[in-house]
Design a protein around this ligand. Sequence first.
Ligand code: SF4
Length: 522
Amino acid sequence: MARPRVVLERNVVVKNWKRADLRLCLCSPSPYEVGFLNLALQILYGLWNEREDVLCERAFVNVLGGALSLESRRSLREFDVLAFSVHYEAELVGLVNMLRAAGIPPLARDRRPGEHPILIAGGPVVTENPRPLERVFDCLFIGEVEDVSDELLDALKEASEARSLDPLADLPHVYVPGLSCNRIRRAFVRDLNESYYPTAQFRPEGLRVAFGPAFLLEVSRGCSYKCRFCLARQIYRPMRVRRLPRLLEILDEGLERTATDRVSVISFAASDHPELTEILESLLARGVSFTIPSLRVDRAPARALELLRESGQVSVTVAPEVASERLADALGKGIRPEEVIELGKDLRKLGFSRLKLYFMVGVPGEREGEAAAIGRLARGVRELGFSRVTVAINPLIPKPHTPLQWAPYVGERDYRRRVELVRREAGRGVRLSGLEGPEGLLEVAGARGGPEVGEALASASAEGRLSRRRALLVVKELLRRDARPVLGYPLEAELPWEVVDVGVRRGEVVSEYERFLEALSR
Ligand code: SF4
């Protein structure tokens, strides 16, 4: 038998099990290498352990069999509460496997209060649409937790002691299937400058990961751009920034407590931050190397790009999403093909030698020539002299709460054909990466499906550990019986995710959808 995987770490919190009133385990259905870079996990781990009466440990799908916590190596079954953070629909597979590995029935109706922990989940996948998980979890948290964390912990404690979910059903941001009567309002942090921030971030020692284990510095949350396909824009509203003085406090404390000289600047579009240049100058002044995974290079000040180069970065990422003016207008992303080429020239002048481009295919109404244009654009960029051009292609998944929520999904065969067109036009010098065709179906089902999605995956896991491949077969069968998540929904249909109120008016979403359709007809 393979030995269970262990990880050596810094900034681990070990508390006395017997002295805690509420024992939680924070569960990541993604591997440790991905999970420790997840800011939400870092926030929850730090924030919850600040409370004297609460003990919070962690479990990852690929560590200790996914069934034991890292700190005390106790079975997940022994905790009062298991809190899952779900960031990608594909994590539904790992989530079900973790429960099975710990001997916890993955369907709520098979568990007994007091005999099993309370299961709660949160994260963007839950906020966009909690319905696919409503037969797996006892309750689902909608939105950002920092400002309402104490209320949530108190209710979890009360629920655990009373062996009843009633205290949780009273909270406005928690969906308790079968008990919640009203639409669930999304919680969000009012002021990032006042909210909790984890500076003693847990990090592995001696684990090789991209860019090394960097300190995560969140400079803003939400996005002021209006891309019509974007879920983040809708569920992280409004755009909020952390100001420079607060960021410097966090940075100095964080660098000391994590003993690192690398920083990952976290935001949805860092170029939006009014003090971006000052932030990057402060990082350089401290001798810190940094990366900015989501910069919106096309909107970044020239000085910010120079500073990025000065920090030693040779590689940048740009997400034009499409390579046709018509689709760029329809999606509201607004980076036109000729702008991508101009941007490429500027980046070359600054000395960047590698470029990663993100594109989507399968935009509703996309013409085949528009998919092929992605390949030609990538080739044009390659000819500017970059040593490496990578094109990441993904299918457009029409997400809940966005103006495209009613639109159809491209489907496997069309997706493959379009990727092939891109490949042919791009030629040899361009590397292609991205989601395999069928994987998108798991995302579609997790995003736009109903309770049957979680139920089917949980039931399938009874036959043994669920592989991604088998999960896809299960989902395909589901979508064959009810194709609405793939085909889309009529405007007047009741949508599964309407149990959630993310704070966007329906009229606004409808008129944006109409504008999308109008732009397509040009
Ligand atoms: S810039 Fe990025 S994060 Fe912002 S709305 Fe557009 S796709 Fe979303």
